[in-house]
Write a new protein. Structure first.
Length: 244
């Protein structure tokens, strides 16, 4: 009887160890399922947003919380002045029609300059604005690099540019070129003049620190260069992918 009583604790210990062993495989299954679910959700959103306008972005939501309101009016690309579309491409991604999400030449130039200049394409900026968050973390950059080619596969170039022109921050609490055109010029996006479009494109890298209505000498020079660039990409066919 004493021997049997002494063996009982060892049986309980064995049962406890058996119940602990399956925990790691279960956690792995949960993590795998969660990852697969996230991928499926993301693919679903990419497909959905190829035809449905994104209702909000992380940046728009953050600014709305900070300011209490934002200005944003979505318009289809057909209701945006062609010179505005060309100016944005000339300013931010002149080879937009030639690459599949990444501009290798721009990346090489940025590396040679020690990383002092940006090399993000318009597609990458759309991915960051619509699906991710602002910031310079390697985690966000890794997600951006993974999602960008998928967006290029399922969205047309015209759709990518349309979304960009509607979600890009164009001032303090202002998003999209339609809201910017009304705020700064008192016109709609399809009525902007070449100079107005170029000046709006000139502030895109830093819309909170540059003025459209009272541009600095540097902004004026950049706008003039953008106008030349817009004419160049139209002449050499680098605007064909988003113009009818």
């Amino acid at each position: 009887m004493a021997r049997q009583a002494a063996r009982k604790p060892s049986r309980k210990k064995g049962k406890a160890s058996k119940t602990r062993k399956p925990l790691i495989p279960r956690v792995r299954r949960w993590v795998t399922r969660a990852a697969l679910g996230a991928v499926v959700l993301l693919l679903g959103l990419i497909l959905l947003y190829s035809v449905v306008n994104p209702p909000v972005t992380h940046t728009i939501w953050s600014e709305w919380r900070r300011l209490g309101k934002v200005e944003r009016d979505w318009v289809p690309i057909e209701q945006i002045a062609p010179i505005m579309a060309r100016s944005a491409v000339a300013a931010e991604d002149a080879n937009f029609c030639l690459h599949w999400g990444f501009d290798v030449e721009a990346i090489r130039d940025a590396l040679e300059d020690g990383g002092s200049r940006g090399a993000s394409t318009i597609t990458q900026q759309v991915v960051k604005n619509v699906f991710l968050w602002q910031g310079r973390s390697w985690v966000r950059k890794a997600f951006e690099t993974s999602i960008t080619p998928v967006v290029e596969i399922f969205w047309s170039k015209q759709r990518i540019l349309e979304v960009y022109l509607n979600v890009a921050e164009t001032g303090q609490g202002v998003f999209g070129v339609e809201a910017a055109a009304h705020r700064y010029y008192g016109v709609s996006a399809d009525q902007m003049s070449p100079v107005q479009a170029a000046r709006l494109a000139a502030i895109l890298p830093s819309p909170r620190n540059r003025s459209v209505t009272d541009p600095s000498v540097r902004t004026r020079r950049r706008a003039a260069a953008i106008l030349d660039g817009a004419a160049t990409i139209r002449a050499d066919g680098r605007a064909d992918c988003f113009e009818d």
